[in-house]
Design a protein around this ligand. Structure first.
Ligand code: SAM
Ligand code: SF4
Length: 327
């Protein structure tokens, strides 16, 4: 951990940052960004849903929960070859991190987990950073994923501890923290962030950022999602999130967690060119892209490779290239 990774932020300090005038905050975040990162470089990730739908959890935002009538067709765990073919296509498009998501509550020690371990090992063999998001894990399962070559694991806190059970009741905040602790018994890097636009208050956003920034060490990667409102979920009619709210979240995350990669994730497809430029100026340095305008399932939209290449080129940004030493 470097001095830059302060994990003793107080709630008052986070609130003071959060309440700065917007462009003052963006300039401050921009300075931190330039100090710790090459501000011209953007990490490009692709997400693949390897097992879709029929999830027993009741996350109020999610198209894949059995509790939500969203019309998502459940799909069994994909075959290893199909995943590897998709990863090869992603690599050919300049993607450096390939993330595999499963609509599971938790990982079970069964043949499906063995298949996921095989996917991890083969995608790692392609020279990509491999990430997975499979729900809750034990320390032993984390160790097995690490041995298979997993580089990162995504496990979001999603919102503040105070607001959590307004969105999800089938697990607790502590369950999420326990999985992060289990990951920290290995060398796997942690990707942990959340969602805005679920009806949370400003105090919840401040508390959520405070929880992330007091994780010790900080998550190496922090995705900031804007709720994608899915018809049939309890949050289908949630209020719009204005761009200043997203930019503020990104900028505060950047100042609090200077060395982390801050990712603009769900909701980017709704942002204009200038909205996204503001996000990059506020310290975002990673995006999710896709093959066919879809991120996780047919109901979570995402920008595609061609439009993202042109976006980065117009802004004069470069997609990160993996060096052998990054692996
Ligand atoms: N089941 C695993 C879990 O919950 O950790 C992994 C998959 S889950 C779909 C991964 C993340 O996607 C969630 O933690 C949530 O932050 C994000 N997500 C899911 N649906 C979303 C939506 N409609 N809008 C924004 N973000 C969403
Ligand atoms: Fe299941 Fe993950 Fe969706 Fe929650 S977010 S319902 S755990 S797939």
């Amino acid at each position: 951990m470097t001095d830059a990774q302060r994990t003793d932020w107080t709630l008052d300090e986070v609130r003071t940052l959060f309440e700065l005038p917007l462009l003052d905050l963006v300039r401050r975040a921009g300075r931190v960004h330039e100090q710790f990162h090459d501000a011209d470089v953007v990490h490009v990730n692709q997400l693949l849903s390897i097992k879709t739908g029929a999830c027993p959890e009741d996350c109020g935002y999610c198209s894949q929960s059995v509790h939500n009538d969203t019309g998502v067709k459940p799909e069994p765990l994909m075959a290893v070859d199909e995943v590897v073919r998709t990863a090869k296509r992603a690599r050919a498009q300049g993607v450096t991190r390939f993330c595999m998501g499963a609509a599971w509550r938790d990982v079970r020690d069964n043949a499906q987990f063995e298949r996921v371990l095989d996917m991890v090992s083969q995608v790692n063999g392609l020279g990509l950073e491999v990430c997975a998001t499979l729900g809750m894990l034990t320390a032993d399962q984390a160790r097995r994923l690490e041995e298979a070559g997993l580089y990162a694991y995504n496990h979001n806190l999603d919102t503040s501890p105070e607001y959590y059970d307004s969105v999800i009741t089938t697990r607790t905040y502590q369950d999420r923290l326990d999985t992060i602790d289990n990951l920290r018994t290995t060398g796997i890097t942690v990707c942990c962030g959340g969602i805005i636009g679920m009806g949370e208050s400003v105090a919840d956003r401040i508390s959520f950022l405070h929880r992330l920034a007091t994780l010790d060490p900080h998550p190496e990667s922090v995705p900031i999602n804007v709720l994608s409102r899915v018809p049939g979920t309890p949050l289908e009619d949630a209020a719009d999130v204005e761009i200043d709210e997203t930019v503020r979240m990104i900028a505060v995350a950047r100042v609090l967690m200077p060395t982390s990669v801050v990712r603009i994730a769900a909701g980017r497809h709704l942002m204009s060119f200038s909205d996204q430029a503001l996000c990059f100026l506020a310290g975002a340095n990673s995006i999710f892209t896709s093959e066919r305008n879809m991120m996780l399932t047919e109901t979570t939209p995402c920008a595609d490779h061609a439009s993202d290449r042109s976006l980065l080129a117009t802004m004069g940004l470069r997609a990160r290239v993996l060096e052998p030493s990054d692996q």
